[in-house]
Design a protein around this ligand. Structure first.
Ligand code: GLN
Length: 280
């Protein structure tokens, strides 16, 4: 069967089941699975065996029942890295690439050299690995409570040939107790607990609750991060955090109470204050 006609079939299946961008998702499912690019797809001369076509039909059906596309293709592109994902690990979001960009900009101001960077709640390892790739002389530690997530992170390091990232399992700061860092980054769980049930079904029913749940006010992790941050940051250390919609004021207040002097928010594509940066 021709790959392009498969994309058309899947688009139709997606359209009928009410998926918002049926054409784009069908294209991503097929190209993601066959690991071909769009140009190759639209050149129109790629065939696929019948069993492959059947396999794609099965995945398309799972997609119509609400599984996230990225779990079906098994990977996403994040800051140019191929990050493997699946059930049990949060799918990296485009906003989080802004965190990486901002971290790169601020870390660069420190100059290169053997810096030590920490990524709390690392999940798939996407942030830690993007920074490790960008700063080959740095050592990047990624911490997460989930063993399963860390299996992905470790696999992602190997798949991208990155050797300056180390992953440790445990509760927030515990695994790096006594260490100090030039830069701490985190995209912690920050969704208000009662709002989780209002999220899209792809997120609510399939992504790990623990990666989303920020407690009753969504701020549990920020409070714990700020409480300990001064003990773990070196002089001139930087902290960079992703925040949820409407959380900027609360985070500024936590930063001020902690004694941070210079802090700022970067807005995302939608104009939401999304990336918090601060120096002690
Ligand atoms: N950005 C994610 C969402 O909106 C939440 C991830 C997080 O809690 N860090 O689904």
């Amino acid at each position: 069967m021709n790959v392009l006609s498969k994309v058309k079939d899947v688009t139709e299946v997606f359209r009928r089941s009410g998926i918002e961008e049926p054409g784009r998702e069908a294209e991503m499912l097929v190209t993601g699975l066959l690991e071909i690019d769009r140009a190759t797809l639209y050149a129109g001369d790629v065939d696929m065996p019948e069993d492959r076509a059947k396999y794609i039909d099965g995945l398309a059906e799972r997609r119509t029942r609400g599984e996230p596309l990225q779990y079906l293709t098994g990977h996403v592109l994040f800051c140019g890295l191929k990050i493997n994902v699946g059930s049990g690990v949060l799918i990296p979001r485009p906003e989080t690439e802004l965190l990486v960009e901002e971290a790169i900009r601020l870390i660069r101001q420190k100059g290169t050299g053997p810096l030590t960077i920490l990524d709390l709640c690392t999940g798939s390892g996407c942030i830690a690995l993007a920074l490790a790739r960008h700063f080959p002389d740095a050592t990047v530690y990624g911490v997460d409570a989930s063993e399963h997530a860390l299996e992905y992170a470790t696999r992602n390091a190997a798949a991208n040939n990155i050797h300056n990232a180390e992953f440790r399992r445990g509760d927030l700061w515990d695994p790096v107790n006594g260490m100090s860092f030039d830069c701490v980054v985190s995209n912690p769980p920050y969704v208000v607990r009662d709002e989780i049930e209002t999220l899209q079904k792809e997120v609510r029913d399939h992504e790990p609750f623990a990666a989303l749940d920020g407690g009753v006010d969504g701020l549990d992790f920020y409070k714990r991060i700020f409480r300990e941050a001064p003990a773990y940051l070196r002089e001139d250390g930087i902290i960079i955090l992703e925040a949820g919609f409407g959380q900027a004021d609360a985070i500024r207040e936590l930063a001020q109470l902690t004694g941070f002097k210079q802090y700022d928010f970067i807005k995302d594509f939608a104009g939401i204050e999304r990336i918090f940066t601060a120096k002690l």
